[in-house]
Write a protein that binds this ligand. Structure first.
Ligand code: NAD
Length: 494
């Protein structure tokens, strides 16, 4: 039997065994008999040690010009390219998403790095005409200092990298706390930084519980900004704590993303996009489709087509050939999804699924049958709350106005989509939908590196991630006034 190892923290350029007396098992969600590793429940002191290391590394890292800092990501890109399959396999094993999705996430991450490398050269301020003669007025961007990064398990490669890259390129040092459920991918990401020659102390990682390690990072006075992705409940607490200490905080949180299907839509395309959005990655994307809002006259045909896609889903271990959907991340999440399904059975019509999958080897994992609820009304819990599993709620509406009212009638606002060929209602939808991202005739998920990513309402606060806004969050603007003759203000009475 191979020995199960405990992940080590990465502090000041060293892999240090935690002094934690307790560990959490990192279990393969497709087969819970397999323990992949152990995650230390590091004490607060180890978060403080990591912050001290990040503070000590600050001056030297900041002194490197931004284009040169960014150029170090060329090497990170190269090292990651050599470890694509290893990283994707580790991701499938501990998170459960199928291997092609895991590989897609790693390729997407490489794509993000490509964008961020250019940001080193675009780390620019502006000049402005001064009101005074012989004066130069301009802005420069500067790092915040040390920043805290707290991430979820569902995109354990892409999300850490889309925070670490702009944070470092902006000139900050970081303390990173990965999700408890995905330590192996976090470890590989940090190994890649190390192998690429990121100096000791610039990237630090501490494993542990949110309320301990995460909380220490949030509250420590040397951490000037916090970038968080995760649930709205956690994000709200983090935002409150950050505000009390007057820190910069960015939170990307939950979603309840709608797809609107009008009567003129290509129904095959709409049903395919909805099924991909609802059941792809087991419904565990923040951009997953969880509501389909469909005009009555086409609803029967639409539901039938979505069910046909759900019927074709093959659940299983994501490393096995032919499998198209993996498990829920863990038993707790699976039970949460199953609880929502029970709630849904009392609120709406169960059109498909509605149970745990337990045939054969599936019994050892946390698999939920792709589930469709039909005739869901707006005020139900399955129409309003984030489930984070392969569960779709179909709401039938009479017209476009009712569809818009339903689409916006939730607390969240991450992403959305409409299927129609009518430019009038297409543009009204784009104008009126209350989400940070929207799609036309394509699924609710996806985002390109060069464009901002994030939500509004209970989904997002602070600057958008990715694209040109990412680096803005991780930097401060300094405004500079220079009187280059030293005489302009002599006659000024103010
Ligand atoms: P979570 O909120 O439970 O945990 C996220 C991270 O916060 C983890 O690292 C956790 O340890 C840490 N944490 C927990 N309590 C903390 C505390 N008190 N102080 C500091 N840190 C704490 O979320 P999750 O279950 O890992 O992720 C799923 C959620 O993430 C879903 O709601 C999903 O929609 C959301 N998500 C949003 C986006 C987006 O961009 N909007 C992207 C991915 C995931």
């Amino acid at each position: 039997m191979t020995e199960i190892s405990t992940h080590r923290n990465y502090i000041g350029g060293e892999w240090r065994a935690s002094s934690a007396t307790e560990t959490l098992d990192n279990v393969n969600p497709a087969d819970a008999r397999q323990v992949l590793g152990r995650v230390p429940r590091s004490p607060r002191q180890e978060a403080r040690d990591a912050i001290d290391a990040a503070v000590a590394a600050r001056a030297a890292w900041r002194a490197i010009p931004a284009p040169a800092r960014a150029r170090k990501f060329l090497k990170i890109h190269q090292v990651m390219e050599g470890r694509i399959d290893e990283l994707a396999r580790a991701l499938t094993r501990e998170e459960g998403k199928i291997f092609p999705e895991a590989k897609g996430e790693v390729l997407k991450t490489l794509n993000l790095i490509e964008w961020f490398i250019g940001e080193g050269m675009r780390y620019i301020g502006r000049t402005a005409p001064s009101e005074m003669p012989n004066n130069l007025a301009y802005t420069v961007r500067q790092p915040i200092g040390t920043v805290g990064l707290i991430t979820p398990w569902n995109f354990p490669v892409a999300i850490p990298v889309w925070k670490i890259a702009p944070a470092l390129i902006a000139g900050n040092t970081v303390v990173f706390k990965p999700a408890e459920a995905t330590p192996a991918t976090a470890q590989i990401c940090v190994e890649i930084c190390e192998e690429a020659g990121i100096p000791a102390g610039v990237v630090n990682m501490v494993f542990g519980d949110g309320p301990e390690v995460g909380d220490e990072i949030i509250r420590h006075p040397e951490v000037g900004a916090i970038s968080f992705t995760g649930s709205t409940a956690t994000g709200t607490r983090i935002y409150e704590a950050g505000a009390a200490a007057l820190k910069k905080v960015q939170c990307e949180m939950g979603g309840k993303n709608p797809v609107v299907v009008l009567e003129d839509a290509d129904l095959d395309l709409a049903a395919l996009g909805t099924a991909q959005g609802a059941f792809g990655s087991t419904g565990q994307r923040c951009t997953a489709t969880s509501r389909a809002i469909v005009i009555d006259s086409v609803a029967d045909a639409f539901v039938e087509k979505v069910i046909a896609h759900a019927d074709a889903v093959k659940a299983g271990n994501g490393l096995d050939e032919g499998v198209t959907m993996g498990p829920s991340i863990d038993e707790r999440q699976m039970n949460k999804v199953l609880d929502y399904i029970e709630i849904g059975k009392g609120e709406a019509k169960l059109a498909r699924g509605g149970k745990r999958l337990t045939e054969g080897d599936l019994a050892h994992g946390f698999f939920v049958d792709p589930t469709v609820f039909d005739e869901v009304s707006r005020d139900t819990r399955i129409a309003r709350e984030e489930i984070f599993g392969p569960v779709l709620s179909v709401l039938r509406v009479k017209d476009f106005d009712e569809a818009m009212a339903a689409a916006n009638d939730v607390d969240y606002g991450l992403t959305s989509s409409i299927y129609t060929v009518d430019p009038n209602r297409m543009f009204r939808f784009i104008d009126e939908i209350e989400t940070g991202i929207t799609h036309v005739n394509s699924p609710t998920m996806g985002g390109e590196a060069q464009l901002p990513f994030g939500g509004i309402k209970a989904t997002g606060v602070g600057e958008r991630e990715m694209g040109p806004t990412a680096i803005e969050f991780f930097s401060e603007l300094k405004t500079v006034y220079i009187d280059y003759t030293g005489s302009s203000r002599k006659s000024n009475i103010y």
